[in-house]
Design a protein around this ligand. Structure first.
Ligand code: SF4
Ligand code: SF4
Length: 253
């Protein structure tokens, strides 16, 4: 029998859902599952029972807490779709009162990180879900498979340049194939989970951490990382950059 899948949006930019419906495998996913709730393609408002519920977006209003609790009672498995649902996400940097991950209120069965999740990862996760298999996320950091890695550890220790925020210094067409940190540009690859196929890095943009922390010990990883680099003054006081996508999950708000 086809698994019933319900897809919900909380406070979100709809980037995760847009990625989902743009996937090459989306027609196959529709064919192999039975969609119950999905506001993009159905008018059904009542939360129906399902085998799998995917929730996009963070909790920013109390009414959403009641909603996700009901989703939890109706779904056998619940997954956080994207970084907002998984960690609170970028909305935490705005002036909304709260931007919390869904796991602050309900038990979840897994996350599909990314802002939005990378197509390949999301496609694999959807297929595994409808085959009743667990989601398998990388346990490595971004540097492990980075095309710019080179001999990072060696040069990092001997070079130790001052690290600056990159935004004004990025050259999208920079042909240099050197690790950003060795060029003195902040890259959060060492403390970020691998799995995005280095999309930003291949476009000449350093990792900003949207895939979330590579381990539960993010804060101690961050402290270790920061102790190895020589931060410029602007970065020393700019904590939001290190917790841009995951502060609500990691620091409780
Ligand atoms: S994780 Fe990113 S793409 Fe998805 S809803 Fe949040 S801000 Fe939008
Ligand atoms: S710090 Fe960034 S650029 Fe350097 S190896 Fe890691 S992910 Fe790649």
């Amino acid at each position: 029998m086809k698994p019933k899948v319900a897809i919900f949006s909380l406070t979100a930019c709809s980037g995760c859902i847009s990625t989902l419906i743009s996937l090459n495998i989306f027609p196959q996913f529709l064919e192999r599952s039975k969609i119950s709730n999905f506001s993009f393609i159905s008018d059904i408002k009542e939360i129906e029972s399902s085998n799998i519920a995917l929730i996009e977006g963070c909790i920013s209003e109390d009414s959403q807490i009641k909603k996700i609790k009901e989703i939890r009672t109706q779904a056998k498995k619940v997954y956080a779709l994207g970084t907002c649902a998984s960690f609170g996400g970028i909305l935490n940097l705005s002036n909304v009162k709260k931007a919390e991950p869904i796991s602050n209120y309900i038990e979840i069965d897994g996350i599909i990180p990314g802002c939005p999740p990378p197509s390949k990862l999301l496609g694999n996760c959807l297929l595994r879900m409808i085959e009743n298999k667990n989601i398998d996320l990388s346990k490595k950091n971004m540097c492990a498979n980075c095309p710019l890695k080179g001999d990072l550890e060696l040069t990092f220790k001997t070079n130790n340049p001052k690290i600056y925020l990159s935004s004004d210094q990025i050259n999208l067409h920079d042909e240099s194939s050197e690790c950003f940190l060795n060029k003195g540009i902040l890259c959060l690859g060492p403390i970020t989970r691998d799995g995005c196929d280095h999309r930003c890095i291949e476009y000449g943009v350093p990792c900003e951490g949207c895939m979330g922390p590579v381990s539960k010990d993010f804060t101690s990883n961050l402290i270790n990382f920061l102790s190895l680099v020589n931060l410029s003054d602007d970065l020393k006081n700019y904590k939001a950059i290190f917790y841009r996508f995951s502060k609500p999950k990691l620091m409780g708000g």
